[in-house]
Structures are given as structure tokens and as C-alpha cells.
Design a protein around this ligand. Structure first.
Ligand code: ATR
Length: 267
């Protein structure tokens, strides 16, 4: 029997346990995935515990994606570029950090079969960094970033060698791909907000929201009304989890069935 799990603060809202436990069961693996609510002061002790318990792998979520890096035997080039670790796995006796948000972000974009000559990333947190790493890996030639607080966009822009544009001028900077990584649209106090203007969607653009609760954010609803192609955050969530699952078990689960399962938990 092996144990996998999630550390974060909070963790109760996470769909990770539902998804990974379903996948273990499908494959007949006697594994279990647990959620541990670990406060900021307890990360070190938790990481000590991880080395003592039969933990095969760990997901790491807010606010620990940066802090765990101090307790690992190695961090992948990609996680270092993003500046965050969302997955721990073993390589022999070494506990390594990886970031599967990049592949998770990329897979649904590749599934569209579309090519993008430009992209605008809205927001400047950790998710924006993962999106930029993915867009550069995809080879999108013209990538820009914008954020309400401009200094944060500029910092990321300089790390990735892309252009920062003014938040108030974002509608004058249309791109073939618009990506929301802000908290606007998320269940809670921002639920009815959108990071874009309904009347300013470029024609035939692709609009990607990494928010998945709710699944149909205002941003995506208005984009669809404007005739844009839309990609929701549940696809990214499932694909980043699949990449984790592969690292831990060497096996896969079907993303379409995973999506059906999670849809029943989102309503
Ligand atoms: P929250 O406001 O829910 O606490 P956050 O974690 O502070 O969310 O912000 C996440 C991202 O959403 C940030 O890029 C943030 O912009 P700032 O860096 O300027 O804070 C963005 N964001 C949150 N609320 C916003 C708003 N009302 N308008 C524009 N961007 C917003």
C-alpha cells in the first residue's frame, strides 16, 4: 500500500482526492490519496514526516508551492523556471520537486488543434508564470502579460523576456489567445467579475480560463457569446493531475471519464 496526498492551506475545496482515488481504484492499485491541511509554520515538519511515511508522491498547493523547495533533494529545471513546485516524487532515495501545471496548461491548448501567433496573459501570480512557461514551450512568438498591479507584471515579463502591457489598455492589446490567471470569476467575492470587456473580444480568438469553479465563468460565457473558442480550467486541472499520476504510478487514467466524474462534483 502506498500513500499520496495533498498539502495546502486550505485543502477542503480540492478535487484532487476525488480524482486520484478514483484513478487508483480503476487500476486496482491499493493506494490512497489524502488531503493534509498544513499551516505555513508546519511545512518543515510535514516534509520531515513525508520522508518517514510510505508517501509515494505529494501534490502541493497554495500557499506552499514555493516554500517546499527548501526541503527537497532536487527541483526540475521547469519548476525552477516557474518558481513553484506543485508535485513531489521520488527518484530512488531523492525527493524531487516538479511543476505539472505547465503540461497541464499546455495539453488542452494542443487539443484545440489551433496555432497561436500571439497570446495575452491576464494576471501576475504563480499561475501566470506557469502559463508563460507553457506558451514559450509551445513556441508562441508574441507573448504579453498584463496585471492590475503593473509592477508584478513587469517583474514576470522581465523574468520571461516578454512584454508587459498596461491593465487599462488591455483591450487595445488583443491577441489570438487570451488567458485568465486572475481570481476574477472565481467562486466567492469575484464570481460575477470578468478580467475582460464583453465588447472587446477579438474575432475568432481562443479564450482560456484557468478558473474551474465555477466552470462557466463570466469571462468564458461572454467569450462564447462573442464567437470565441473557449477552453475551461477543468481541462487544465485534469491534465496537471494526470502528469502527477504518471510520475507516481507510471500509469494513466482516461481524461474524458475523469472530466465526467469531476463535473458531478462541481455542480
Ligand atoms: P484576491 O483578490 O482574490 O485575493 P489575489 O490572489 O490577490 O486574489 O490576486 C490574484 C490575481 O488576480 C492578481 O493578479 C490580482 O491582481 P493584483 O496583482 O493587482 O492584485 C488579480 N486581481 C484580483 N482582483 C482583481 C480585480 N478586482 N481587478 C483586477 N485584477 C484583480
Amino acid at each position: 500500500e502506498r500513500v499520496c496526498g495533498l498539502i495546502g492551506h486550505p485543502v477542503s475545496h480540492s478535487l484532487g482526492p476525488v480524482l486520484h482515488n478514483w484513478a487508483f481504484q480503476r487500476l486496482g492499485l491499493p493506494w490512497v490519496y489524502m488531503a493534509w491541511d498544513v499551516g505555513p509554520d508546519d511545512v518543515g515538519r510535514m516534509m520531515d514526516a513525508v520522508r518517514l511515511m510510505p508517501v509515494a508522491g505529494l501534490s502541493v498547493t497554495i500557499p506552499h508551492k514555493r516554500a517546499v523547495m527548501d526541503y527537497l533533494d532536487g527541483v526540475s529545471e521547469r519548476a525552477r523556471q516557474v518558481g513553484a513546485v506543485n508535485t513531489l516524487h521520488w527518484h530512488g532515495t531523492k525527493l524531487l520537486g516538479e511543476n505539472t501545471d505547465v503540461d497541464g496548461f499546455l495539453a488542452p491548448l494542443e487539443d484545440t488543434g489551433r496555432a497561436f501567433d500571439s497570446a495575452l496573459v491576464l494576471g501576475a501570480g504563480g499561475a501566470a508564470r506557469a502559463a508563460l512557461a507553457a506558451l514559450q514551450q509551445l513556441g508562441v512568438p508574441d507573448v504579453r502579460i498584463t496585471n492590475r498591479t503593473r509592477s508584478k507584471a513587469e517583474e514576470i515579463a522581465s523574468d520571461f523576456g516578454v512584454q508587459a502591457v498596461d491593465w487599462d489598455a488591455r483591450a487595445e492589446n488583443p491577441a489570438a489567445l487570451l488567458v485568465n490567471t486572475t481570481s476574477l470569476g472565481m467562486s466567492g467575492r469575484h464570481i460575477e467579475e470578468s478580467p475582460w470587456l464583453a465588447e472587446a473580444f477579438p474575432s475568432d480568438c481562443t479564450v482560456y480560463d484557468i478558473v474551474y469553479n465555477p466552470l462557466r465563468t463570466r469571462f468564458l460565457r461572454e467569450a462564447r457569446s462573442a464567437g470565441c473558442h473557449v477552453v475551461d480550467g477543468l481541462s487544465m486541472f485534469i491534465h496537471q493531475a494526470l502528469a502527477q499520476f504518471r510520475l507516481w504510478t507510471g500509469q494513466s487514467f482516461p481524461v474524458d471519464l475523469a472530466r465526467e466524474l469531476l463535473l458531478t462534483h462541481l455542480r
